[in-house]
Design a protein around this ligand. Structure first.
Ligand code: ATP
Length: 726
């Protein structure tokens, strides 16, 4: 085995590709004894490559099952020995059985409530590993949770410093950093989608409100970031984009908004503008589109066509990886100057671009099954008798509570947020309520700044960049009074998060000590502190009181970024449904009478965690509508997923990882081990394969290289070997 240690300290170049060889030998008994086995006999490296070798790393042995559940067999039941189980299933057609370490799991399996995407018996006994000189990057959990991950160093790709400020490498702005991880682990179904994305798939995932679509998108962004991918996180509207920390799809692509009279002219203008923004397209490896339900089919086709042109590549979307996420039963695309538009799943290019479609099923926002069922009903446009009864109850509750609140008007108790479809209703309610309060108004003024990446600070560029701040929910000027009902627009602690509501109890003067802290720890500028002298204190309705300090928000485009320093608070007696999109509320009154779009009633009602906090001010069955074309699309998608899941049963799962090799000695040690064992791949499924050379390409493509290895290993076998979701 020849490895040149001189190549080990260097990093992968962008889009670098390389070849190495994986000889495939006989099944290796050493593997079964949990010994590390090096299978890469001759890794050939380019000068820019840091990968040294591939080893198959044995997985931790699974404990022997103590219980065997036979769901379909001669006599069904739970057995404690394999012999008893075998007697029930051997030779029994269509048998269904599985071993478990605990009786509870076996019982769950019997009752059909046990869900796992991977049968423990199907896991391999060893995993391929890449040895590198650099530390391992943890790219997040993935299914199965105890299997290590493939990772590469992202050094050399950083274009943002520790504070998240952009800087230039040469003249090229590369990518924005993913927002910090919230630390919550992904659910199994989320992790499956994550794995599919890391494998390089073009994918659409959907799910009803609260299934964690935005949550998963942020994980995906972080995962791709760690793989060194250049990611564009986008959404069709400013609010949706800001919600996930991205920019609008129009801004990223450069198409902007055209006001030309005919659709043809508008498309022509947008296409030309996109071509003028070529650098951004060429600088993007993965395009993520959140809230894709609001992207029209016409725009999707246009972008796809432009992508192939600009990237000079006839693969779908010019070979760029595309991840779309959203729920087509929520907000639909906005009509184009009054002309109806199609959904993007109806576009000519959707099928070509989107290889996989998946649905998240577990709702994380609402724990109450009655509420969740009602929401599902409304999502599909059904008003079943039980849903109608609940809505009537919610309306009665509103009348009752409203008069109660009138009676206790001065008690200072928090009022529920009223959700309207239109801005005018929202402003009216918030202003009325604020002026009804006694006491002086305290105004908070933001400090806005713009930073062009090309360093040209002319006033027009700065103004253009500041427009990036428009969709921010944090306003330039915020008027508050003691007693004002407000909503937090930031996650400031585990308990107090974006959407938490409370009442202003006082304003505290900013003293020298706080000022020092704000400047040093929060990056607040001297100028903001000159314009604003107080900080509001909020008593939250779910307990706890906190002084709210300003924070700096950044919105970036390819030309530069803009920042706003302001307290993350807004008046919250009322909100529009569009502004509430993506929020989780604890108490709200939903006004359904002014609903003007399909899916809008569903979006409004699904913001709540529980029925307890929900009141409905006025509803008619007509305001609950779902689009039949979307329902049919989802039915077709479910059918396809079922077929795929059946096929997946025949797959084996592997997961590669990068290991650090900190010095030459360690590298040699690994080589030394190599000499002692016969090269092999894991498991019986590949045991009879003859030795042959295999070419694998581009570790910077993340999961795609091991996938190709596995594809080749699978050739001519009964069992497929592959990665989850591929
Ligand atoms: N795996 C998870 N573990 C814990 N909490 C989760 C998980 N996934 C999502 N959540 C939480 O569930 C809530 C809803 O998630 P999220 O906003 O991502 O849903 P969504 O599908 O984007 O909803 P919507 O369609 O309404 O925008 C959030 O509070 C989120 O933190």
């Amino acid at each position: 085995m020849v490895i040149d240690p001189n190549t080990t300290g260097q990093y992968l170049e962008e889009r670098a590709s390389y070849d190495f060889y994986v000889p495939i030998g006989e099944d290796n008994p050493t593997l079964r004894r949990n010994t590390r086995v090096v299978t890469s006999e001759k890794p050939t490296t380019t000068p820019d490559l840091k990968v040294l070798s591939i080893v198959f790393h044995p997985m931790k042995r699974r404990t022997k099952p103590k219980y065997y559940a036979v769901r379909v067999g001669r006599t069904t039941g739970i057995y404690t020995t394999w012999a008893e189980c075998e007697a029930q299933v051997k030779g029994f057609r269509g048998n269904e059985y599985q071993g478990f370490s605990s009786k509870e799991l076996a019982q769950q399996y019997m009752s059909g409530t046990f869900t796992t995407s991977v049968s423990p018996q199907k896991l391999p006994t060893a995993l391929p590993i890449i040895i590198t000189k650099d530390p391992v990057f943890d790219v997040g959990p993935i299914i199965p949770a105890d299997v290590p991950l493939f990772a590469i160093d992202k050094k050399g790709f950083d274009d943002f410093d520790a504070e998240g400020k952009a800087y230039r490498r040469g003249r090229k702005i590369m990518r924005r950093p993913a927002p910090p991880d919230d630390g919550l682990p992904m659910s199994d179904e989320q992790a499956e989608i994550y794995a599919a994305v890391m494998s390089g798939n073009n994918l659409f995932f959907t799910g009803s409100a609260g299934t964690g679509k935005s949550f998963l998108l942020k994980k995906i962004w972080a995962g791709l970031d760690k793989l060194g991918k250049k990611v564009a996180m986008t959404a069709p509207t400013g609010i949706a984009a800001v919600n996930v920390g991205g920019i609008t799809l129009h801004k990223w692509s450069g198409v902007g908004v055209s006001t030309a009279i005919t659709r043809e002219l508008r498309e022509e203008e947008m296409r030309n503008r996109a071509w003028g923004n070529q650098a951004t397209w060429k600088d993007t490896e993965v395009l993520i589109v959140d809230e894709v339900s609001m992207v029209s089919g016409e725009l999707f086709d246009l972008l796809e066509d432009v992508a192939r042109g600009i990237l000079d590549n006839d693969r779908p979307f010019g070979g760029m990886q595309v991840i779309c996420c959203g729920d087509f039963l929520q907000l639909p695309p906005v009509p184009d100057r009054g002309e109806t538009v199609s959904f993007c799943f109806e576009s000519e290019s959707w099928k070509r671009v989107i290889g996989l479609s998946r649905e998240l099923k577990t709702i994380h926002r609402q724990a109450d099954p009655i509420f969740a069922n009602m929401l599902n009903d409304i999502r599909l446009g059904n008003v079943s008798p039980s849903t109608s009864d609940i809505l009537m109850d919610l309306q009665r509750k509103h009348v009752q509570r409203k008069s109660q609140r009138e009676a206790e008007k001065d008690s200072g108790a928090i009022l529920p947020t009223t959700l309207y479809s239109k801005n005018v209703d929202v402003d009216r309610v918030n202003n009325e309520q604020l002026s009804d309060l006694p006491g002086a108004t305290v105004t908070f003024r933001s400090e806005d700044n713009a930073y062009p990446f090309d360093g040209v600070f002319d006033s027009r560029t700065l103004e253009n960049l500041k427009q990036l701040l428009n969709p921010l929910t944090i306003n330039e000027e915020i008027h508050l009074k003691v007693g004002a009902q407000v909503m937090l627009l930031s996650n400031i602690s585990d308990e107090h998060i974006n959407g938490s509501r409370g009442i202003i109890t006082s304003f505290e003067k900013i003293n020298q000590e706080v000022m020092k802290d704000l400047i040093e720890k929060k990056g607040v500028s001297q100028r903001w502190l000159e314009m604003n002298t107080d900080l509001p204190v909020i008593q939250f309705n779910d307990g706890g009181s906190m002084k709210i300090v300003p924070e700096v928000r950044q919105v970036a485009s390819i030309h530069g970024c803009a920042t706003r320093c302001q307290i993350p608070v807004r008046l919250a007696w009322s909100l529009t449904v569009h502004k509430a999109q993506g929020l989780t509320l604890d108490q709200a009154v939903v006004s359904l009478s002014s609903v003007f779009e399909q899916g809008q009633a569903y979006v409004a009602l699904s913001r709540l965690r529980s029925l307890d906090g929900l009141e409905v001010s006025d509803w008619t069955p007509q305001c609950i509508r779902a689009n039949q074309r979307v329902i049919e699309f989802y039915e077709r998608m479910a059918e396809d997923t079922k077929t795929w899941e059946e096929e997946r049963e025949n797959w084996m799962y592997v997961r590669p990882v990068a290991l650090p090799v900190s010095n030459k000695e360690e590298t040699r040690e690994v080589h030394h081990e190599t000499k002692q064992v016969t090269p092999s791949v894991h498991g019986p499924a590949v045991s009879s394969e003859k030795k042959r050379k295999m070419e694998v390409q581009s570790s910077s493509e993340g999961w795609s290289w091991p996938f190709r290895v596995m594809q080749r290993l699978s050739r001519g076998r009964k069992k497929k070997i592959g990665f989850l979701c591929l």
